[in-house]
Design a protein around this ligand. Structure first.
Ligand code: AMP
Ligand code: GLY
Length: 422
């Protein structure tokens, strides 16, 4: 198959790296890709939000299968456009991607399917939202309904903070139209985990689990980011808990979506709060996680391309997943200043040396190749994944490789995995 991967992050590099060895692959393309992906695939300079340009590329390059990485093209109907033109694609339709694209859609669906999640209410009126906050206890969580690049959630420790978050979203329009509708929900306490299941419309199988670190600095301090590191498996998720997650959360969701006429196909990513009363759903994403993927895929023994193709074409009954009996841990290297403003086009050296180091692989995210020089051109720039029998060994390999990368304008956390390794 000629395969096109949509996206340009570490997640997409990990997908390309994993499928590049597949016996089912003829030629690999990426749009738009990055400097790391360019070593494995032909990169096409296409905006991922331009469905018509992607369709043209599919015809020009005789693409047989498209794998969509990020949420924006999913919500934007890319998979609908491809399927309408007879091109199989991994990822949900726009209607099913609402499970990530609208928090209100997701909460209403969970209420109908009786899924354990935070109690909530929906608002399009700031005064009513504020009255609701006054009638409830803090901490309380205020969420912009739509996609807000991970910035639309405020965990308000006080009612004043909650009222300010309502004003920011609805009056100051901090998230544009994504914030004109709000979900306000109960605060849940516990440890978080990321759980992934493959879904082919009607069938589902557990894929893998991971934990990520969302805060910028060591000790889980500082501002929220897209994710500064991740590891898989998550030791806190036992086999019994995995069964409970599948039975009480994933399966009823898949059934409800099919019954509602918006069947989900692709990977369903449940963000979970592991509470004293069991796992409860925080949110759904309609795609693989970043950086969780960089810590999950290196553990997969099965042919990822075959698995994704069968998921996309409703043949999940033919899939059994095999995994290496190992752990993986990914350390994200970001530009100093991230998630705020940062310098671009700084030079990263030493990447040629680390390609020979054992026990690790470097995934690119925000990179650009310029005359053989690798430049940083984004916030999260590299993801260094280490592997080992134990998470500690994986962590050691990851940091050994990080320490060989010469990039003075970058930083990383030095404690990725601390909860699992302490
Ligand atoms: P989200 O963008 O929905 O992933 O939310 C971002 C983060 O906010 C989550 O990873 C949690 O840490 C936190 N969060 C969201 N909803 C809740 C909740 N109901 N209770 C506690 N924390 C939450
Ligand atoms: N790492 C969380 C996400 O991909 O949304």
């Amino acid at each position: 198959m000629n395969v096109l991967v949509i996206g340009s992050g570490g997640r997409e590099h990990a997908i390309c790296w994993t499928i590049s060895n597949s016996p089912r692959l003829t030629k690999l393309y990426a749009a738009p890709g990055n400097a790391g992906i360019a070593e494995l695939a032909m990169c096409l300079p296409i905006n991922v939000e331009d469905n018509a340009a992607i369709l043209r590329a599919v015809y020009d390059h005789s693409i047989d299968f498209v794998i969509v990485g990020p949420e924006v093209p999913l919500v934007n109907g890319l998979v609908d456009a491809l399927i309408k033109n007879g091109i199989p694609a991994f990822g949900p339709t726009a209607a099913a991607a609402q499970i990530e694209g609208s928090k209100g859609f997701m909460k209403d669906l969970c209420a109908r399917a009786n899924i354990p999640t935070a109690r909530y209410a929906r608002f399009t009126d700031a005064a009513k939202a504020k009255a609701y906050v006054q009638e409830h206890v803090a901490p309380i969580v205020i969420k912009a309904d739509g996609l807000a690049a991970g910035k639309g959630v405020t965990v308000a420790m006080t009612k004043d903070e909650a009222l300010a978050a309502i004003d920011a979203a609805m009056v100051d329009k901090a998230f544009g139209s994504a914030g004109s509708s709000l979900v306000i929900e109960e605060f849940m306490e516990g440890e978080e985990a990321s759980f992934f299941a493959l879904v082919d419309g009607t069938r589902t199988i557990a894929f893998a689990h991971a934990q990520d670190h969302k805060r910028a600095f060591d000790g889980d301090e500082g501002p929220n980011t897209g994710g500064m590191g991740a590891y898989s498996p998550a030791p806190i998720v036992t086999a019994a808990m995995q069964n409970e997650i599948m039975e009480k959360i994933i399966l009823p969701t898949v059934k409800q979506m099919a019954a509602d006429g918006t069947p989900f196909r692709g990977v369903l990513f449940a963000g979970l709060m592991l509470t004293a009363t069991g796992p409860r759903l925080i949110e759904y994403n309609a795609r693989f996680g970043d950086p969780e993927t960089q810590a999950m895929l290196p553990r997969l023994k099965s042919d990822l391309l075959d698995v994704l193709y069968k998921t996309a074409t409703a043949r999940l009954n033919e899939v059994t997943l095999e995994w290496h009996d190992s752990a993986a841990l990914c350390v994200v290297m970001a530009a100093k200043g991230y998630p705020g403003s940062y310098q671009k086009n700084t030079v990263i050296k030493g990447l040629d040396k680390v390609s020979d180091l054992p026990g690790s692989v470097v995934f690119h995210a925000g990179t650009l190749a310029n005359n053989g020089v690798i430049l940083a051109n984004g916030g999260r720039v590299l993801g260094v994944t280490g592997f080992g029998i134990t998470l500690k060994e994986a962590q050691d390999y990851a940091y050994q490789t990080v320490d060989c990368i010469d990039w003075p304008e970058g930083f990383c956390r030095r404690d990725i995995g601390w909860r699992a390794i302490k």
